[in-house]
Design a protein around this ligand. Structure first.
Ligand code: ZN
Length: 516
């Protein structure tokens, strides 16, 4: 909160002075900082603005845009987080949003466009129509509140709230856990993919020891929903609220989505209990708070930001699309005739599973038939069993067809687009450093292996990776996962050719090494 009187007059003066290049001095004055700070002093301010779309039947909890503005010497950067599905492309944030926000902030605050990072939590909540203006407002409010800060870095551990959604099948292929289609039968599943339980945390404290802001990075789709099905910021938004409520008054907690491309909330397909993001959010918040207690903030800052454009190859899945269409045709032709329909199948399968020996009548009737040398019941049972097996096989084939159909639609959509767009795609990659906190960003849904690889190879202990930042280019799975094109969402809902992974990972490594 800005506790100085006559705020609107100060804002007016601020605008005038900003244009005359006196940013640092003004910010110190507005912040009420004692004395003249040295150029290397680290300043930060944070703010949040409600972006909930309330024009919906029910709102469960608010969605926010949050901004953290950091200034050291001549460098000013902003980390912005939005409780939204993506920065452009899908959902209600437009493709012009990022450019417009950056232009406005450059014009009004003289922060370089490439120093403004905007990460979408990827929650599937609905934001208000003027989210762009509210984002600008959040950044401006944060910039107005710059005060000297110390920084600290730490990591937490959370492995209870999520699960990898890719299933390794016995036939060598992979399926994924979605609501859009049925899972393959349990008997076909041989293994599951990894998770990343690390929470990467950056803490900024004011000089009086009060916490100003916490940035925390974690990999999981925040798509669990809430029991009342209302508009929600989901697990990450609910976790941020708990973190803010349990630190100094006015603390802003910014959730930065990590490599959550193939990470689902735990028990995402539960049909026996209402799925509740609040339970998961509480666990994530408690694990983050536990780690925050151990973070010591120091003067050792060193703000650095590198923004590069990376050219990546686009995929061509023409052959795979043709194969999938052929497979659909084969599955359709392999459906078997059976006397049963759903109405007759369901009671039969219950009887035959419960009473394996005598499913069709009481045991005495079977005994009598045996005594008399008759086998009518046995033959009926054999016929019913054969019909049920055909019916179940048909269901599995239809489930497979529904998976193929959804993934084929994604492939076809991207194929048309990729063919029209040429061979490559440019993406924005940012390398960010503050204190011992280092982060690489990428504008797509990175799968968890990418993050684990980059972290493992980094020479620095606290290196983190954020997908969903500064744009949205659908999924970015590994080259290995792209061998599975057509069988899971991440490998089908993707614009990149497999070579993209090596190009990005080596660029990430190169940039991280520059974050000394
Ligand atoms: Zn997603």
């Amino acid at each position: 909160m800005n506790q100085l009187p006559n705020v609107s007059r100060r804002c007016h003066v601020l605008r005038q002075l900003l244009t005359s290049g006196m940013l640092l001095m003004v910010m110190l004055t507005v912040a009420g900082s004692p004395g003249i700070a040295s150029a290397a002093e680290l300043l930060a301010g944070a703010a949040k603005v409600d972006i909930t779309n309330r024009d919906v039947p029910l709102v469960n909890d608010p969605l926010y845009v949050k901004a953290l503005v950091i200034k050291e010497g001549d460098t000013t950067a902003a980390i912005v987080t939005v409780d939204a599905v993506a920065i452009g492309e899908i959902g209600s944030i437009t493709n012009e949003y990022l450019g417009n926000v950056r232009d406005q902030i450059e014009q009004d605050l003289h922060i370089k466009p490439q120093n403004i990072m905007i990460n979408a939590s990827h929650c599937h909540g609905i934001v208000c129509k003027d989210v762009e203006q509210r984002t600008v407002k959040a950044i401006k409010e944060a910039a107005k509140k710059l005060v000297p800060v110390k920084v600290g870095v730490g990591t937490g551990h959370e492995d209870r709230v999520m699960e990898n959604r890719r299933l390794f099948l016995k036939n060598g292929k992979e399926a994924d856990v979605r609501h859009a289609y049925s899972l393959p039968p349990d008997e076909e599943v041989a293994g599951i993919g990894p998770i990343d339980p690390e929470i990467g945390i950056l803490k900024l404290d004011k000089l009086d020891g009060e916490t100003l802001a916490v940035v925390y990075n974690f990999a999981c789709h925040p798509i669990q929903g809430v029991p009342n099905k209302g508009n929600t910021a989901d697990m990450s938004g609910l976790a941020s609220q708990v973190i803010e409520d349990n630190l100094s008054d006015g603390t802003i907690a910014l959730f930065v989505q990590g490599c959550g491309g193939d990470i689902n909330p735990a028990q995402y397909k539960d049909v026996d209990n209402p799925r509740d993001a609040e339970t998961l959010g509480n666990l994530l918040a408690l694990s983050t708070l536990k780690a925050i207690r151990n973070i010591k903030c120091t003067d050792d800052s060193g703000l650095k930001l590198i923004n590069e454009t990376l050219t990546l190859p686009r995929s061509n899945n023409e052959k795979r699309i043709a194969e999938l269409k052929q497979e659909q045709e084969q599955l359709l032709n392999s459906l078997q005739g059976t006397s049963l329909n759903l109405k007759t199948f369901l009671p039969l399968i219950v009887k035959y599973k419960l009473y394996e020996e005598h499913p069709s009548y009481y045991s005495h009737r079977y005994m009598l038939e045996q005594k008399l040398g008759r086998d009518g019941l046995k033959k009926l049972d054999a016929e019913n069993r054969a019909n049920m097996e055909r019916y179940i096989n048909n269901i599995y084939k239809m489930e497979k067809m529904s998976r193929n159909k959804a993934n084929l639609a994604l492939l076809t959509k991207h194929q048309t687009r990729n063919q029209a767009a040429g061979k490559t795609i440019d993406v924005e990659v940012v390398a960010f450093k503050l204190g011992d906190f280092r982060m690489i960003t990428f504008p797509a849904e990175l799968t968890v292996n990418i993050g684990l690889n980059i972290k493992k190879k980094s020479p620095f202990e606290n290196t983190f990776v954020a997908g969903y930042t500064n744009g949205y280019n659908y999924y970015a799975p590994t080259a290995e996962q792209l061998k599975n094109v057509g069988n899971a969402q991440e490998d089908s809902d993707c614009l990149f050719a497999p070579e993209w992974q090596a190009i990005f990972e080596s660029k990430a490594h190169e940039l991280i090494q520059q974050l000394k």
